[in-house]
Design a protein around this ligand. Structure first.
Ligand code: ZN
Ligand code: ZN
Length: 579
């Protein structure tokens, strides 16, 4: 089961990989880190698989009392040993590695002993993803991978037996999610897999054993689903745990998931002010633009209504359905050139971003994402996956294209690619610290991409067109309102209707998005704040540096240095840059 803090598992690392143990190691610090990481991955074989490490992939530990005892002992022993570590010989970058390890350990200790999601979230138990990765990732020849899968399959029944024993006073929402996702998980063990096995080089006996184990795994998943199904009536009658985690827990979880220098309540207050500022700015631009787009009509008296109508009108300007992938492909070199000409941040022409159609096994919703080489395989290609609008109805495709209209598509490319996630990852993989790559802060990762959007527009990208700024504000408002609603839902009892109003009327989003947002807010906590939390923290840091250094402030140097520390939390980077 994946029990990494949500804040520490932000980037997907679906890639082949070399073994962790083959890395060459020299200094005492590097030895310490290598020893720690190797013990850590041994403790968490499933997390290791998600990080592209397959050394312990045959192991699947049921999350029973013995496993929890072993984890707790590991956290406590390692925390104690960090306290006695002599930090004096370490340089600042190495010291920050130690701080990240300390943070990770105390974070996971808190999840295990206080947050206890393993008790109340039945959706925490699902074996499908790790098996999918083993089958799909070509880290070794197929026969070898199938033998690993076969060995891992033997533990699936014990895994779900432990899950059932752990569930105590769950939420209704996570129980329903667990049923849905485990039903989906059954697909992993369907005929496609068995066909692969039959066509493989495994011996007849191995193939028969594989089939038997796969069947037992399916039965274990079906039994888990039936068990959860059996609790639904009771949960619906009012015995379920509330999905709202409450203010004290929220504040603690926020501190563990994302280190930004803000308290959760402080960030919430800041987001409220930011929302007002964005509305003011949007109203000014919308009033200017109104006569250009509605020459014969007076603007509505309600300013939000005016902004909304203008955004709807502008959204009609978008690429054609079958030109989405090529439009994105054309924009990447333009962004690269702008960053180079304005001298904003170092780029690496030896690791070009490859735009491709999303491979079938990674396709979910329509959209775009960056698929990066993991920290254990920094030489591999980085892909910008774009899912073509092949399967959407004409209405769905039109709605998507309006959302990602001429302006927003450019902002999306800034966010995902240059100078957003892709540029950040190129720098992060160059920093030698495996700790910062693996235990990186999700708020730094998302915050950098959001920071990059405003930084580019401020540097003149889009020629200061009011349309571009208007859509940037709409886009930014989404992060801001995500922060507001997540906090308000979990700590102030915000209702579904109140949230819908915030998302649709105040943040100009579609009803469907608002419905999905409510679902996400009931199933996760804190995660929705990462974009704004990281962005606010980075933007504030930049302003402080500008103030402090005056004329000596150099934007490119600031960016290069900031990115050289990988995905460390902003306060850690700040301390390192000031040293
Ligand atoms: Zn953490
Ligand atoms: Zn992002």
């Amino acid at each position: 089961m994946v029990m990494l803090c949500t804040g520490c598992a932000a980037t997907s690392r679906v890639t082949s990989s070399t073994s962790a143990s083959t890395a060459t190691v020299s200094s005492p610090h590097e030895r310490f880190v290598a020893d720690f990481m190797s013990a850590y991955w041994k403790l968490k074989p499933t997390s290791a698989i998600s990080n592209g490490l397959f050394d312990h992939a045959a192991t699947l530990d049921p999350y029973d009392q013995a496993t929890r005892d072993r984890e707790l002992a590991f956290f406590d022993e390692r925390l104690l040993s960090l306290d006695t570590l002599d930090l004096k010989p370490l340089d600042p970058n190495q010291r920050s590695d130690i701080e990240l390890i300390r943070h990770q350990l105390s974070c996971e200790r808190w999840y295990l002993t206080s947050f206890k999601e393993w008790q109340w979230n039945p959706a925490a138990y699902n074996v499908a993803e790790s098996f999918d990765l083993l089958v799909q990732t070509e880290y070794a020849p197929l026969d070898k991978r199938l033998r690993t899968v076969s060995a891992r399959l033997t533990r699936v029944p014990a895994y779900y037996a432990a899950a059932r024993a752990n569930i105590d006073h769950p939420t209704l929402e996570h129980t329903e999610l667990a049923i849905l996702q485990n039903k989906g998980g059954l697909e992993t063990f369907n005929d496609d897999l068995l066909e692969k096995v039959r066509a493989s080089g495994l011996s007849g006996a191995e193939k028969a054993e594989f089939e038997r184990r796969a069947l037992a795994a399916r039965q274990a998943i079906e039994a888990y689903i039936a068990f959860l199904d059996g609790t639904l009536a009771d949960l619906r009658s009012g015995t379920a745990r509330p999905f709202r985690i409450g203010a004290p827990t929220y504040e603690q979880k926020f501190r563990h998931d994302y280190e930004t220098g803000f308290a959760a309540s402080e960030l919430y207050e800041r987001a409220l002010k930011e929302k007002t500022w964005l509305h003011d700015q949007m109203a000014v631009r919308a009033a200017d633009l109104w006569p250009k787009y509605f020459p014969k009509e007076a603007p509505p008296a309600d300013r939000l209504e005016m902004i909304h109508r203008l955004l709807d009108k502008l959204s009609l300007d978008h690429v054609k359905r079958d030109e989405l992938v090529s439009a994105i492909r054309q924009q990447i070199p333009q962004l690269e050139a702008f960053v180079r000409e304005r001298d904003l941040v170092d780029q690496d022409p030896t690791h070009p971003l490859k735009v491709r159609e999303t491979p079938a096994y990674q396709r979910g919703d329509a959209g775009a994402s960056v698929s990066a080489p993991g920290p254990y395989n920094p030489g591999a290609d980085t892909f910008y996956n774009v899912t073509p609008l092949d399967h959407e109805t004409p209405e769905e495709a039109e709605s998507y294209l309006r959302e990602y209209n001429r302006w927003v598509l450019q902002i999306l490319n800034i966010h995902e690619a240059i100078p957003g996630h892709y540029t950040q990852l190129v720098h992060a993989n160059r920093s030698s610290s495996i700790v910062k790559s693996v235990f990186g802060d999700g708020a730094t990762i998302e915050g950098w991409a959001v920071y990059g959007e405003r930084m580019m527009l401020t540097a003149g990208y889009g020629n200061n067109e009011p349309e571009m700024w208007l859509f940037w504000m709409k886009w930014n408002l989404r992060s801001v309102c995500n922060t507001i609603l997540d906090y308000a839902v979990h700590t102030q009892g915000m209702t579904r209707e109140q949230m819908m109003d915030l998302v649709v009327r105040e943040a100009f989003q579609q009803d469907v998005e608002a419905v999905q947002k409510w679902r996400r807010a009931t199933l996760t906590s804190v995660q929705l704040t990462s974009y704004y939390a990281g962005y606010a923290s980075i933007w504030q840091f930049r302003e402080e540096e500008q103030q402090r250094l005056g004329k000596a402030f150099d934007l490119k140097a600031f960016h290069n240095r900031f990115l050289s520390y990988g995905s460390a939390p902003v306060p850690v980077i700040k301390a390192l840059m000031r040293e």
